[in-house]
Ligand binder design. Structure first.
Ligand code: UFG
Length: 338
């Protein structure tokens, strides 16, 4: 019996593979390597000490997915595969709907055909939109989401909820992530974005390693103590362990559950810059720039449902996240490329 991890070679997927193996699960990965490097497989194998079963396929390819279910005994699926860049999604909406929605629908159809009824889906806190006040709780109405990427997460949640309503023996866990940063403490796995990073931590590590001249802080006129935006940053290893707890839960329950994975603690952009400088004894030059369109003032989780249902809570703090992000970048200045 194995857990199928789609997108298992991506940033969160790869860390989840390692934590699943640590928890004693057998795993099978499906990845099309659109946004992941083959080298990730070697790093996962080194950390887990076992060969990784990888299928190079796209989750939209029904026949390829069927082959996995024919050849392996899959008891649950963790579905990460999808596109994730907010800005790109506004330029390529059809690609986002195709990859992110067709992928999930095809996967669910194949799961149904093979009697696999346990699904953990990679959703995002972005579905809360702009109107809901933090701390964000799962029972809040989902918000007015501002871009196609966010809408694919929202629609996918409905795909899974509707499937659970139609089949009471199905279990779908919808995990709403806050801001994953950090890297594996070994320094061998981490985030490896293509091109110039969009997100804060890869940008900071890019500055620290000398690839980028300085950080642009997007806005210091938000109604927060230092004027910069506040987010709930979560260590990717904590997030990965949240998936292990969610799989355990899914194997023993039915129905749909929406669960936040965050720490419940918010840090401003400047808090993160200063924590990074302190944790690593480095200076990060920065400049205040205009606000980035679409950014909200504060996004922070109420993580109590995850603790209540899954017995999971985040353990790493902001300094750990900064230290591990830097160790990864320093040891791998070109990411997974040699
Ligand atoms: N920021 C900067 N400079 C940068 C990059 C980011 O100041 O170069 C600021 C942003 O303005 C924001 C904070 O750092 O205040 C965090 O920004 P990120 O881009 O790292 O993360 P976001 O909160 O914008 O987005 C993340 C994920 C999305 C997800 C969203 C909502 O990247 O996939 O959270 O949950 F949709």
């Amino acid at each position: 019996m194995a857990i199928l991890v789609t997108g298992g070679c991506g940033f969160i997927g790869s860390h989840t593979c390692v934590e699943l193996a640590r928890a004693g699960y057998d795993l099978v990965v499906a990845d099309n390597f659109h946004n992941a490097k083959e080298e990730v497989c070697n790093r996962i194998e080194t950390l887990t000490g076992r060969p990784l079963r990888v299928y190079r396929c796209d989750v939209r390819e029904e026949a390829a997915l069927c082959r996995i279910f024919e050849e392996q005994t899959i008891e649950a699926v963790i579905h990460f595969a999808g596109w994730k860049a907010v800005g790109e999604s506004t330029r390529l909406p059809l690609e986002y709907y195709d990859n992110n929605l067709s992928g999930t629908v095809t996967l669910c159809k194949v799961m149904q055909r093979y009697g696999c009824k346990r699904l953990v889906f990679s959703s995002s806190a972005t579905v809360y939109g702009e109107e809901n006040p933090s701390p964000l709780t799962e029972d809040m109405p989902v918000g007015q989401v501002a871009n196609p990427y966010a809408r694919t997460k929202l629609f996918n949640e409905w795909v899974v909820k509707d499937l659970c309503a139609a089949d009471p023996t199905f279990c779908g866990i919808l995990l709403r992530y806050f801001n994953p940063i950090g890297a594996h403490p070994s320094g061998t796995m981490g985030e490896d974005p293509n091109g110039i990073p969009n997100n804060l931590m890869p940008y900071i590590t890019g500055v620290a390693v000398g690839k980028l001249p300085k950080l642009m802080v997007f806005g210091n006129d938000y109604p927060t103590p230092d004027g910069t935006g506040i987010r709930d940053y979560i260590h990717v290893v904590d997030l990965a362990r949240g998936h292990v707890a969610a799989v355990q839960y899914a194997l023993a329950h039915t129905g749909a559950e929406v669960i936040n994975l965050g720490t419940g603690v918010g840090y401003s952009v400047l808090d993160v810059v200063h924590a990074f400088e302190e944790a690593n004894d480095l200076a990060i030059p920065y400049e205040i720039a205009p606000r980035r369109p679409g950014d909200v003032t504060i996004y922070c989780a109420d993580p109590s449902k995850a603790e209540r249902l899954l017995g999971w809570r985040a353990e790493y703090g902001i300094h750990d996240m900064c230290r591990d992000s830097w160790r990864w970048q320093k040891n791998n200045p070109n990411g997974y490329e040699e």
